[in-house]
Design a protein around this ligand. Structure first.
Ligand code: NAD
Length: 362
């Protein structure tokens, strides 16, 4: 089992990554949080798929079970309130420790409930999707969606521990796995030349879900994310901005698709292709590096293009993103392999040309 720390002063926390480590969770929890009450939040699908390990955890640390419906459409204030209602009904107090057992949706809702219950209680992330393992379980962004947009209601609230067991990924549906791979790819683009080479060299094994290579990919991704988060915990100094690579386009696409029919990771995949296209157009990518980007593009899993989206609507949707400030769009664009730059002055026609080339006219 690998262990390293996300360094955030008094809010630092350990991340554990390993293969079949779920059964050791009880020992770690009771050691770290002695005499505390636990509330385990998960969704109906995961509760069914992982009945044996949940039964083991019930014996080990008797959590209050809170089961929410499965799906992004339930990442709402109503579900968040349901979780809080259950905590209050069970008369849990400020010493409660919440456990988020699931993908990014369960993690975001549980983290937000933990941020608000009794003005804030401890919580632990136990990610079960690749996307949650490489990305959403670390960094402390929590929240729910609103009819006006994704993740518009939320709070920064860091977990006390992250427990990532790669064995959970064995039964993750292929589409979800590929959506997680897309976030892993993101770290290749932003995480330095070493990560770029790691992903391009190990791509075949990642696709085969080789547990050792996956664990290494997760470790590298979280280390990169932890570094960005340590320097910019609340997204104020700009260091965290690189994590939004592909997201200006991706979030607009999700919004235009009405948050249905396209997974977050799929939208980010298209968003990263747009960012690379724009990098070529605006020549932020040095000429000599273009073949490396082309090689990476070919490795990215083909995902069917979204239907019925228009370039102008997508452009307008970009302004609804909460990362837009003072009406300016911020683009994270590739430079040398593994490095990016932020550009705030991209002309509209360059954005439209990229959208047409990558998303519309294909
Ligand atoms: N907080 C952050 O920093 C951050 C970062 C990126 C994404 N997100 C959020 O994460 C969410 C997407 O997360 P996601 O991609 O994990 O989706 P998800 O949580 O919806 O999970 C995907 C599906 O896989 C199922 N599932 C989960 N684990 C499984 C397993 N091991 N085996 C079989 N099925 C399993 C789930 O029940 C669900 O149906 C979005 O809401 C996005 O906004 C948050």
């Amino acid at each position: 089992m690998d262990q390293f720390n996300v360094q955030l002063g008094v809010r630092s926390y350990p991340v554990f990554i390993g293969n079949t480590i779920a059964r050791d969770l009880g020992t770690s929890l009771t050691h770290r949080f002695p005499k505390r009450q636990f509330a385990l939040v998960t969704n109906a699908t995961i509760a069914k798929l992982f009945t044996p390990i949940i039964a083991q955890w019930k014996e080990q640390f008797s959590p209050l079970m809170i089961i929410i419906p499965d799906g992004e459409q339930y990442k709402t204030i109503a579900t968040w309130q349901y979780v809080l209602d259950k905590m209050l009904e069970a008369k849990l107090d400020r010493s409660a420790v919440m456990l988020a057992f699931g993908g990014g949706v369960v993690g975001d809702i549980t983290g937000f409930a933990a941020a608000c219950f009794m003005r804030g209680v401890d919580y632990v992330q136990i990610p079960t999707t690749l996307l949650a393992m490489v990305d959403s379980s670390v960094g402390g962004k929590t929240g729910v969606d609103h009819a006006w947009g994704k993740n518009l209601i939320g709070a920064f609230h860091q977990p006390k521990m992250v427990w990532a067991d790669t064995a959970f990924l064995d039964i993750l549906p292929e589409r979800e796995f590929n959506a997680g791979l897309s976030e892993l790819f993101k770290y290749a683009f932003i995480g330095g030349g070493g990560m770029f080479s790691f992903i391009s060299d190990h791509f075949g094994l990642l696709l085969k879900r080789d547990r050792a290579v996956l664990a290494e990919g997760i470790r590298r991704s979280i280390t990169i994310k932890a570094h960005a988060v340590s320097g910019d915990e609340r997204e104020e100094t700009g260091r965290r901005t690189i994590l939004n690579f592909g997201h200006t386009f991706g979030h607009a696409l999700e919004r235009e698709c009405g948050y249905t029919g396209i997974l977050h990771g799929e939208a980010i995949w298209w968003g990263m292709r747009c960012a690379c296209d724009m990098g070529m157009r605006l020549k932020t990518i040095p000429e000599a590096s273009l073949p490396l980007y082309e090689m990476m593009r070919k490795k990215m899993i083909p995902i069917s293009p979204p239907k019925g989206v228009g370039d102008d609507a997508l452009f307008q949707a970009m302004f609804s993103d909460k990362k837009t400030t003072a009406g300016k769009l911020h683009f994270v664009l590739p430079t040398e392999p593994g490095s990016v730059m932020i550009k705030n002055d991209v002309p509209k026609d360059a954005v439209i040309n990229t959208l047409r080339h990558v998303l519309i006219n294909i």
